[in-house]
Write a protein that binds this ligand. Structure first.
Ligand code: SAM
Length: 301
């Protein structure tokens, strides 16, 4: 096979240099694709897409369109969350025969709130090489444009859809000092903001990173206590793709949270969940609902 026979962008002088790099055979290339703007693809990713024997992708239609945009046509293999294990076996056979295969998801980096991890795991377990081709990921793009000054971040991804599980997940994050990163569907944005406001202090900063890299891109930052009003104020604020960032706990809040947890645990040893939550709210000044949800989780431990 001639690696340059299907060069994605021969017009770019740099592409010759890119093509001279090493692209081992029998390798799975985990390749990040744009999260909205088709131009957000690396030179190396373009070259690999042109070079590979097949592209394993979440949705063959989406990836087909993307490749057409780059002037490429490739064998596409559907690899989604329902067939990852069996498709991994097929990919391994092809890789063992010397093929190069790219693994992509619909948008951004595979295996980040997307299928891909099981395939990568199986390919590695078969002793084959896996090479990452880094590129866009909505979480990192949002963080970079947020202006939140943080040394640490914690990627939560999608919260559980059911309210009880969602609230329990949020409670477990309450005292974390790291900036929290959530992915959320537009139809759930309003409920998610309400759930965040019920658990976290209203003075924390929240960032809505909406439609990143697209025409109606918007990065809005406000206090959590003002977030519901912002969402309600314009129908567009509940449309498109969202990353939500929430400022982590301040050191004082962290200590305060640990104290509330200590009080709640002592009370739970003697009282019902409801009584413990009510008394702990009186003692610590924390929200009763939040303490109640936390008490349920502690009881279930
Ligand atoms: N693998 C992707 C990545 O690396 O970011 C994430 C895929 S996940 C199924 C899709 C979610 O990512 C969306 O629901 C949204 O929360 C976020 N997302 C993707 N594209 C986005 C964009 N252009 N602007 C804001 N959020 C985006």
């Amino acid at each position: 096979m001639n690696p340059d026979s299907n060069n994605a962008s021969g017009a770019l002088p740099l592409m010759d240099e890119v093509a001279r790099q090493v692209y081992p055979a029998s390798t799975l290339y985990v390749l990040a694709t744009p999260i909205g703007n088709f131009a957000d693809i690396t030179l190396r990713a373009l070259h690999v897409l042109a070079l590979v024997d097949a592209v394993a992708c979440e949705d063959t239609r989406n990836t087909g369109h993307l490749l057409t945009r780059y002037g490429l046509s490739k064998k596409l293999i559907a690899a989604h969350q329902h067939n990852e294990r069996e498709i991994a076996e097929k990919l391994i056979v092809r890789l063992q025969a010397g093929e190069r295969i790219a693994l992509v998801s619909d948008a951004g980096t595979p295996a980040i709130s997307d299928p891909g991890a099981r395939i990568v795991d199986a390919v590695r377990a078969a002793g084959l090489r896996v090479m990452p081709l880094p590129g866009p990921s909505a979480a990192i793009a949002a963080l970079s444009a947020s202006g939140l000054v943080c040394d640490q971040f914690h990627f939560v991804g999608f919260l559980p859809a059911k309210a009880r599980q969602r609230d329990a997940a949020l409670h477990s994050l309450r005292d974390m000092a790291a900036t929290l990163i959530f992915y959320e569907a537009p139809h759930r944005i309003s409920a998610a903001v309400d759930a965040l406001a019920a658990v976290f202090e209203g003075q924390r900063q929240i960032v809505f990173a909406r439609e990143l890299t697209k025409l109606f891109e918007e990065v809005h930052r406000c206090q959590l206590s003002d977030a519901a009003a912002w969402v309600a104020q314009d129908a567009h604020h509940q449309k498109g793709e969202f990353v939500l960032l929430l400022e982590g706990a301040l050191p004082a809040a962290e200590e305060d949270g640990a104290e509330a947890e200590r009080v709640l645990r002592i009370l739970l040893a003697e009282c019902t969940v409801k009584q413990a939550a009510t008394l702990a709210a009186h003692i610590t000044g924390h929200k009763k609902n939040a303490l109640y949800e936390r008490a349920l989780v502690i009881k279930a431990e």
